[in-house]
Design a binder for this molecule. Structure first.
Ligand code: ZN
Length: 303
């Protein structure tokens, strides 16, 4: 039997999405939003594609957004069975400066101001001024899952990870059920969005591939894996992702979930002050470094 307490996790670890060419992506997340590029590596399953990691200054789990940029990728469209948006927390007293500088749509949700932006590939990025959230610069506030039926997903989040329902809110086009973890950590809110209209999801640039939840270490991940299997989920064995260990499963609404460990972290192969400055390859691709460097599309990080 799982031995974890009823509140087994603290929040999101990372979010992974697909983008078009890297340069507009880097410009948006680094120059416009102030994130730090904390790791430049390749897709471990296809090393001719970048894997770019953005985070807060210290590359803290709960702030990590990663992209697979494909030149010429067809633009996708969020819909049921996908994570359709994510939010960064911003301190309420800095919200107006973001809203004045960035072009987006202003709205309000559960009493907090929200600035809804579109990244260069059309991905919905929200800045949320929630006084009750962790507003460390660069940390996630929440992620939104688009679901035809939120109930089975709500149950899974509660029984598997310790989330509790925190209210529903109707707004233009649908209804949102908020699921929340206790505590003060980053990324402890998951909103389950049911749209009034039927839409089709199309994977591609500007869509989120998966979201990952935090495990403290391998033992905690084992515990969560056992718990999830007990709830009927089909969970992969552990996969070494160099900066964390990962397990994956599809939740009942069709969204791809991952559980990722905090250790070893992003400073395993680069000094903290040099994060994101050099192309880092896992050991199996080091012999092919010169060839990989030739095919990766170049980009410049705004200074
Ligand atoms: Zn992942």
């Amino acid at each position: 039997m799982p031995t974890t307490d009823p509140t087994p996790i603290t929040g999101l670890h990372h979010i992974t999405a697909i983008s078009g060419p890297p340069q507009p992506n880097v410009d948006f997340y680094v120059r416009d939003l102030g994130q730090r590029l904390v790791k430049k590596t390749v897709n471990f399953d296809a090393p001719d594609v970048w894997h770019l990691y953005y985070g807060d200054h210290d590359a803290t789990p709960g702030s990590i957004l990663t992209f697979f940029p494909f030149i010429g990728a067809r633009r996708g469209h969020a819909g049921p069975g996908m994570t359709s948006a994510f939010g960064y927390g911003v301190a309420p007293d800095t919200f107006d400066s973001f809203a004045g500088r960035l072009k987006g749509t202003l709205t309000e949700r559960f009493g907090a101001k929200v600035l809804r932006l579109s990244d260069p590939d059309g991905l919905a990025v929200e800045l949320v001024a929630d006084a009750d959230a962790d507003n460390t610069p660069g940390a996630f506030h929440s992620a939104t899952l688009w679901l035809n039926d939120p109930e089975p997903t709500a149950r899974l989040l509660a029984d598997g990870f310790g989330y509790a329902e925190a209210g529903t809110e109707r707004s233009a086009g649908g209804e949102r059920l908020r699921m929340e973890l206790p505590g003060t950590g980053p990324g402890r809110i998951i909103d389950l969005w049911r749209a009034d209209a039927t839409e089709r999801s199309i994977p591609g640039a500007g869509t989120i591939h998966h979201i990952a939840f935090r495990a403290r270490d391998d033992a905690h991940q084992d515990d969560l894996r056992e718990r999830l299997i007990g709830l009927g989920m089909d969970v992969t064995p552990r996969i070494d992702r160099q900066y964390f260990n990962a397990i994956y499963f599809r939740e009942p609404g069709g969204v791809l979930f991952e559980v990722a460990t905090d250790p070893p972290g992003f400073a395993i192969d680069e000094a903290p002050d040099a994060l994101g400055t050099a192309l880092k390859l896992p050991p199996q691709y080091e012999p092919r470094r010169a060839q990989i460097e030739r095919v990766l599309p170049p980009f410049k990080v705004p200074g």
